[in-house]
Design a protein around this ligand. Structure first.
Ligand code: ZN
Length: 558
């Protein structure tokens, strides 16, 4: 009754994932800064980027990125002498770029275009070679020529930015005198009079609409180059509200995207003034929602961000000599404090490991495992199937009462990637409800059956308060390879931060039970401590995130 085929398929796939994880520097953002219990002293940290796709295209500035009609559109300044504008699509499902379309319009080196969707059309703005501002609509029938191209009378000293909010398109830029400017239009053809703000900025401002507000970010023109984020007060032009100076610096434009949902939260990406690494954070209007996360990706300009189907994507120009255009999904800690990236392992610098048991509860194995754990005085994590929990509530209650953590393994153990969003939500909600009714505690972690998940699965899990947990050690105990084989596999693969996958349900688990005492005693002799997954998450802290330059205090001024 349990899909062994799925598990087998998954196991080989998992190997490839692990390879990616090792090849791509490891990562992990942390969310709630409250989880950071230790001072942030680690030298290196990084954030998980799901496999990055580098295009063959070369850019001479930050690429622009926007979600439109279910696809990501990327526009960039070519590295050819004329600096033509270019456009291509990126299919987030297949991770494949469409063909590049080179436009006849040209811009300047180090001056990228900006994209926005307005009234169902895709618009681009850029700084012409005469420094004048231009805006045009992409013509999908003939992508090489822009429709409704308008050249404004305004001059810009850097790249302009556009964003749409309700029935207006807004355009912001740094004037030739360094001042911030804003102009708007109801039809992208006729623009009202511009508003010039008193402040000056170092580079291009960035615009984004989120939660009914129009946010703008820029770098202070002072030597500090601090990043500033504020909101345009559209009822009172020339007024900026909720202006916050971040304790981070940049000398390149900041990437902004809505976080999603109805709250006025924005995802922020920037390249610091000090090094080429990209940092990411979610911002609520007055503060970061968590410490900024530090990615291993580097760029000579700034990153750009976009939201598509509840997932955040980043585009950037690589620091490689050919300056390739890259796109990747990014997991920035979610506002809810749930891990918004899948966790495969814990802190590599701590001798902590986690035993996890899936597919239970099931008699007699769950009880046998519980008594073994009790005799060694260690805690484990059980990812229970909701329907199994309903059949054996007393076993789930024992798990909880003995200090173990009960996680959600769906109601009926389907391959979630084959289900609709509603079906996925029902599978998770039903299992969580069952666990709450038995233990009185809402589960905060979830493991997708067979390890099969996608962006939709993760987004729905996060919306239900569930972090997605995978594993790094898989002895394939479900295939009953023999007690010795299970022992050898675990002992040869376990290291700091390992999450070990085993099963207490779904079939005959006598080999798993028999292997457990040797596994526990040997790993304890090697100095490992057994922890639950939530404890492992708490202890990720300083090794997986790097706060902004001055530490956990992000706000410098009003
Ligand atoms: Zn399972």
């Amino acid at each position: 009754m349990f899909p062994k085929g799925t598990d087998m398929k998954h196991t080989s796939r998992c190997g490839s994932w692990l390879w990616h994880r090792v090849a791509l520097p490891i990562l992990l953002a942390l969310l709630a800064s409250g989880l950071l219990g230790v001072s942030p002293t680690a030298a290196s940290s990084s954030v998980h980027l799901r496999p990055t796709t580098a295009s063959s295209q070369q850019a001479d500035a930050a690429p622009a990125l926007v979600g439109y009609n279910g696809t990501l559109y990327v526009s960039w300044t070519g590295r050819n002498a004329a600096h033509n504008l270019n456009l291509m699509t990126y299919n987030t499902a297949s991770k494949v770029f469409g063909p590049a379309q080179t436009l006849t319009d040209t811009t300047l080196a180090s001056s990228g275009p900006s994209l926005s969707v307005f009234k169902g059309n895709l618009y681009v703005t850029w700084r012409g070679q005469d420094n004048r501002l231009n805006i045009g609509r992409y013509n999908t029938a003939d992508p090489s020529h822009l429709a409704n191209k308008v050249t404004l009378r305004e001059y810009s000293s850097t790249a302009p930015s556009i964003a749409a909010l309700s029935d207006h398109l807004y355009l912001s830029w740094r004037g030739t005198d360094g001042h911030l400017n804003l102009i708007s239009s109801a039809d992208a053809i006729t623009f009202g009079s511009k508003v010039t703000y008193g402040l000056t900025c170092r580079t291009s401002p960035s615009l984004v609409a989120s939660g009914g507000y129009l946010f703008v970010s820029w770098e202070e023109a002072s030597t500090s180059s601090s990043i500033v984020i504020g909101r345009y007060d559209l009822a009172h032009p020339a007024t900026l509200s909720a202006v916050v100076t971040l304790a981070s610096t940049s000398q390149f434009p900041v990437g902004l995207a809505p976080v999603g949902g109805s709250d006025p939260y924005v995802s922020v990406g920037w390249r610091t003034a000090n090094d080429t690494h990209i940092r990411l954070a979610n911002f609520e209007g007055g503060r970061y929602l968590h410490n900024p996360v530090y990615t291993t990706q580097t760029t000579p300009y700034g990153p750009t961000l976009a939201l598509l189907s509840s997932a955040t994507y980043m585009s950037w120009t690589g620091t490689d000599t050919s300056q390739k255009v890259n796109v990747s999904a990014v997991n920035i800690a979610s506002p809810s404090g749930v891990l918004s990236y899948p966790l495969y392992s814990g802190n590599p610098q701590l001798p902590e490991i986690a035993l996890t048991f899936d597919d239970g509860p099931r008699s007699p194995y769950t009880s046998q495992i519980l008594s073994i754990l009790k005799s060694y005085g260690i805690q484990a994590t059980f990812f229970v199937i909701g329907s199994e929990a309903a059949n054996n509530p007393n076993l789930v209650l024992q798990e909880s009462q003995q200090g173990h953590v009960v996680g959600n393994h769906t109601w009926s153990h389907p391959n979630l990637t084959t289900l609709s969003a509603d079906q996925v939500r029902t599978e998770l909600q039903r299992a969580s409800s069952e666990i709450v009714s038995i233990t009185g505690k809402s589960p905060i972690i979830f493991r997708p059956p067979g390890g099969n998940f996608n962006d939709q699965t993760q987004a729905i899990a996060a919306s239900l308060g569930l972090s997605t947990i995978l594993w790094s050690v898989d002895p394939r105990d479900w295939s009953m390879p023999g007690t010795d084989a299970i022992i050898q596999n675990v002992l040869s693969s376990t290291k700091n931060g390992s999450i070990i996958l085993m099963h207490d349900g779904g079939g005959d688990r006598s080999q798993t039970v028999a292997a457990l005492p040797t596994i526990i005693t040997t790993l304890q002799q090697r100095g490992f401590h057994f922890v639950t997954i939530p404890r492992m998450i708490q202890n990720l802290g300083p090794y997986t995130t790097q706060p902004a330059s001055s530490g956990p205090t992000q706000l410098l001024s009003e």
